[in-house]
Design a protein around this ligand. Sequence first.
Ligand code: NDP
Length: 241
Amino acid sequence: MTRKEAAVARTVLVTGGNRGIGLAIAEAFAKQGDRVAITHRGSGAPAGMFGVTCDVTDPAAVDAAFAAVEAELGPVEVLVANAGITDDTLLMRMSEEQFDRVLDTNLTGSWRFAKRAATKMMRARWGRMIFISSVVGLSGGAGQVNYAASKAGLVGVARSIARELGSRNVTANVVAPGFIATDMTAALPEARREEILKSIPAGRLADPEEVAAVVTWLASDSAGYVTGAVIPVDGGLGMGH
Ligand code: NDP
């Protein structure tokens, strides 16, 4: 039995943990007694959590955020790469800037955190990396070439890390949410929302807590043999992908 199997509190870092899905994930870890750090871009941290200001597109800020979390809470044992954006438009209208910005935030930003977390997880011979992708990363989405590419890319990132670090007891998994009730989906036009609801077997959007439950399980000792997996939390929307 390793040290971690004794159910001790862990140091968890959630990017974009100040709101939406990231906040629900951070709160779920805090509730089970873990030491939780979150990144934000100026909003501050929820009560009881350690907050660091960080734009995930800035490599120096990522490094500084990690250093601050390590100094305050110890090495990061669970990383949840959650921060993400959309910038939808049809392929023929999409600018280089729109494509690059979404990739830099969602894919490269997550890779920056994973890279920074890896050394200490390897040294500790225990670690959990969880990447928040999307059903769209597997199914594609009209008007979402940039977003879908970034979210599909996370599967390659996680599966490569799973192969590189598996023997060190570090797992890397992907959670692929469907439509979750957050600011991101609140921005959808009503007609599009109705259309989406019709296509979800569960017939509803999910609460962020339903994603958080899967993430905390992936970080638990009982999920130690789950790595390189893509786990949908989508009410059946992506079945077959
Ligand atoms: P929100 O729009 O509610 O929150 C996005 C989070 O990402 C915020 O914390 C935001 O910080 C942070 N963020 C965005 N850009 C950056 C950046 N450059 N640097 C640092 N932080 C940044 O989104 P959700 O909670 O809905 O989504 C969270 C994740 O889940 C995203 O990766 C999203 O793609 C994914 N997802 C969401 C789905 C949904 O239906 N809602 C479905 C499938 C996947 P700030 O507050 O500073 O803006």
